[in-house]
Design a protein around this ligand. Structure first.
Ligand code: LLP
Length: 421
């Protein structure tokens, strides 16, 4: 369930007609629903209760500060993977003790930033990184709380580009070497071990891979405690998949995922952290676009729309599916026809969907690409010198532009001409 529904034939975000936003903001634009973000966050907190827990929103999926503040105000923690994301979390008012720092290549500057600004823990991904963090923290007269991300060698059975927990992936340290690495961590003066971290991939549509990974983490918890380490937190990563289509193949619900966590690691007396991104933000956002032309090709009809692969790259990059619907609800039983829905960019890959059935549309009609809240705006670029699209947040019957569309002047003013020209 999300809060993008038809009312009297018009698509709404909560209680705001999307066509009204389009009239004020122009197209294309991203639109997010506060109610959906809130509900999805709360599904996780409910699923993990009564275990002590912190749901850390994976900022990489949707990083607008207004969205982070919406979640932060509910008590959410944040999972960050760069100095920029750390600063976004802070700008949203999230205290350092609710921010975890993940990522395979943290720099000294990023470590310094988070140590001095406040951090709940670093999730360490390699031995060199662990040694550098100890050095940086020690140099500041501080001790950095850490977990070590273990790679459990589990097949997440998801798209190869977003699977992270198999042997040979660049993430974490092999779980078989964990005891050795924890032993070294315990000797480093700038570090304090607080737990274990694992994350096996994104858009997982079954619970079995999580189960296999979490059972290995439970076993490791016992072994590390026997070695004398304090394991008081388990960061179980993100990755629970979302429905991208409205059929009956929905991935497991957060409630089932929570039950699995309780079953596998619930009796270890640890505080549980999770890092969901997509499940909170994915179906809380849509991309609204206008049809520029309807082009009748030789064997197919194209809807050439004003959004493009630079605004939403997922179909081009992963071959991913986004439902596409018209803002004007088709009448019941209205005839549909197949369209290829494409953007204006000079690449064949700039195709959102092929042979997608829609009611007959004309230039000027508005469409929405659904499930675009996660990894949509954050992965956009200015390719073809197209300004980044604005972001809008709806709350009940009102909305606010939470990132304005840059003007062409703003875009051009970032380039500078060297004096020899
Ligand atoms: N934690 C870590 C360490 C991660 O690497 C990720 C995602 C998450 C949490 C959040 O995963 P989620 O709950 O959102 O599945 N751009 C791709 C997805 C990349 C995911 C990267 N890591 C896409 O558009 O499908």
């Amino acid at each position: 369930m999300d809060h993008f529904q038809y009312k009297s034939g018009k698509l709404y975000a909560e209680d705001v007609a999307l066509a009204d936003i389009a009239a004020q903001v122009g197209t294309p634009f991203y639109c997010y629903s506060t109610a959906t973000l809130t509900r999805h966050y709360q599904l996780f907190t409910e699923a993990l209760s009564p275990l002590p827990h912190l749901v850390c929103f994976a900022i990489k999926s949707l990083s607008n500060v207004a969205v982070l503040k919406t979640l932060g105000n509910l008590g959410a923690g944040m999972d960050v993977v760069s100095g920029g994301e750390y600063l976004r979390a802070k700008a949203a008012g999230v205290p350092g003790d609710r921010i975890v720092f993940s990522g395979v290549g943290k720099t000294r500057q990023e470590m310094h930033l988070a140590l001095t600004g406040g951090i709940r823990q670093f999730n360490i991904e390699s031995e060199p990184e662990m040694r550098v963090l100890s050095e940086v923290a020690h140099g500041l007269g501080m001790v950095a709380p850490i977990t070590i991300r273990v790679n459990p060698d589990v097949d997440a059975k998801t798209h190869e580009k977003i699977s992270t927990g198999k042997k040979g992936d660049k993430f974490g340290i092999p779980i078989s070497r964990a005891r050795e690495v924890y032993a070294e961590a315990a000797t480093l003066p700038g570090l304090k071990v607080v737990g274990i971290d694992v994350h096996i991939g994104s858009q997982l549509t079954a619970l079995e891979p999580f189960e296999a990974a979490y059972l290995k983490v439970a076993e490791l918890t016992h072994a590390l405690r026997a070695d004398g380490h304090t394991i008081e937190r388990l960061d179980l990563g993100g990755g629970l998949g979302i429905p991208y289509t409205r059929d009956n193949n929905a991935p497991p619900l957060p409630m089932d995922y929570g039950a699995l966590i309780k079953r596998t690691v619930g009796d270890l007396g640890c505080e549980i952290e999770i890092e969901p991104g997509r499940l909170i933000s994915g179906n809380a956002g849509i991309l609204v676009s206008e049809v520029i032309y309807v082009k009748n090709g030789e064997d197919r009809d194209f809807l050439i729309v004003d959004a493009a692969m630079n605004d939403l790259i997922r179909p081009a990059m992963y071959g991913s599916h986004h439902d596409i619907i018209a803002l004007n609800e088709p009448a019941a039983g209205a005839e549909q026809q197949p369209y290829d829905i494409v953007g204006p960019i000079c690449e064949s890959g700039d195709t959102f969907a092929k042979a997608r059935n829609l009611p007959a549309l004309q230039a000027g009609d508005l469409i929405a690409l659904r499930s675009a809240g996660a990894y949509g705006a954050v992965m956009s670029s200015e390719y073809n010198s197209r300004p980044l699209v604005p972001e809008v947040l709806v709350h009940g019957d009102h909305f606010a532009v939470i990132r304005a569309r840059p003007t062409f002047d703003e875009m051009l003013s970032r380039d500078t001409i060297p004096e020899w020209l």
